[in-house]
Design a protein around this ligand. Structure first.
Ligand code: PMP
Length: 362
């Protein structure tokens, strides 16, 4: 038996052990099928049941209204930075982007290749340490859509709720907090997320999209980049990421078994609080990057008094079986990613390590 350590990686990230155990079994042969999940046709009845089951459980989990399509695409969240404006931003139109971190900036950069972008708000001058208040947004009432990033993976900030905007369609990059708490899908026009944090392995991208948006796509878009193609063919226009969808299917079942999004949301808040309390109670030895009110329950970022101490912290924690705590190179410091599948004992182990490290070095 291989020993598992506590994996604080930002993505690909820890998956539920029950999901891994079932996948391990099905890797040799799916029960009653005699072929591996890696070997079956995407047009087979077996895969059809996996795909349908995945979508049905997701709809149940997140109360996805009937007028929304659930698509399983490829190209990562990064391709959605392009597909969103290609499909939704008409020639001569403008889109609003609320910029709260590096991934929002990348989304803006891609949208600017397609059309005109209005940065409706940004906290860049404060190193993105908080989510801008509603009073700071300069939304354009004529915008084709408003784009925001619900959780900023690198910086460690998260929107407390869905931004209150008028009738303009709201587009959300939810890559790093999808299904980590209850979500009101009906208040969004489009939600997208790379799978590799809260859903499954990398290589599959979830897009949840309101039906009426499909009419906006220009007719001359390349087939694969047109949402209409994938909505019409139910993610089976070409060979989809079969294994990734299968894992998401197991993760959806796991989330429902855990008590759904209200329960997982409570657990995530509890895990994050444990860590933020340890940071705030350290007498200034550990300093959270994100301002209270904007703090992420998924990616907890903090600094130590010096880069040398941070280096030793990363080295020492790795030796203690706490992996992946080095912050993103653009921010530095420490980042603990504690997604849905990350166990509470792992957070407790980190808190103990932090206390001991401070005692030895403070
Ligand atoms: N948006 C956010 C918020 C992310 O965290 C990431 C990846 N870490 C991306 C977009 C890019 O995702 P991908 O690597 O799937 O293209």
């Amino acid at each position: 038996m291989t020993t598992r350590i506590f994996n604080f990686a930002a993505g690909p990230a820890v998956l539920p052990e029950a999901v891994l155990a079932e996948a391990q079994r099905d890797l040799m042969a799916l029960p009653g099928i005699g072929m591996s999940i890696l070997e079956i046709s995407h047009r087979s009845k077996t895969f059809d049941e996996i795909l349908q089951g995945c979508e049905a459980d997701m709809r149940k989990l997140a109360n996805i209204p009937a007028n929304y399509h659930v698509l399983f695409l490829q190209g990562g969240a990064s391709l959605q930075f392009s597909m969103v404006p290609m499909n939704l931003l008409p020639a001569g139109g403008k889109a609003d982007y609320i910029v709260t971190g590096f991934w929002s900036q990348k989304a803006v950069k891609e949208a600017q290749r397609i059309g005109s972008v209005n940065v409706a708000a940004t906290t860049e001058t404060e190193n993105f340490s908080r989510i801008p208040e509603q009073s700071e947004w300069k939304l354009d009432p004529g915008a084709a859509y408003v784009h925001f990033t619900s959780n900023n993976t690198i910086i460690g900030t998260e929107w407390a709720g869905v931004p209150e905007i008028a009738a303009v369609p709201l587009v959300c990059d939810a890559s790093s907090d999808i299904f980590s708490r209850p979500i009101d899908v009906g208040r969004h026009a489009l939600i997208y997320a790379g799978a590799q944090k809260n859903l499954g392995p990398s290589g599959v991208t979830l897009v949840i999209l309101r039906d009426d948006l499909l009419a906006r796509s220009p007719k001359n878009l390349p087939t694969m980049l047109d949402y209409n193609t994938h909505a019409k063919e139910k993610s089976l226009y070409n060979t989809p990421p079969v294994f990734g969808i299968y894992i998401i299917r197991l993760t959806m079942k796991w989330l429902l078994d855990q008590g759904g999004l209200p329960e997982i949301g409570k657990r995530n808040a509890d895990k994050a609080k444990l860590l933020y309390d340890a940071i705030d109670g350290s007498g200034g030895f550990y300093r959270a990057h994100a301002k209270p009110g904007s703090r992420s329950n998924m990616n907890v970022t903090f600094r130590l008094p010096s880069e040398e101490l941070e280096r030793r912290f990363v080295q020492g924690s790795t030796e203690a079986g706490l992996d992946g705590l080095k912050g993103h190179r653009s921010v530095g410091g420490i980042r603990a990613s504690i997604y849905n599948a990350f166990p509470r004992p792992g957070v407790e182990a980190l808190v103990s390590f932090m206390k001991e490290f401070q005692r030895k070095s403070g």
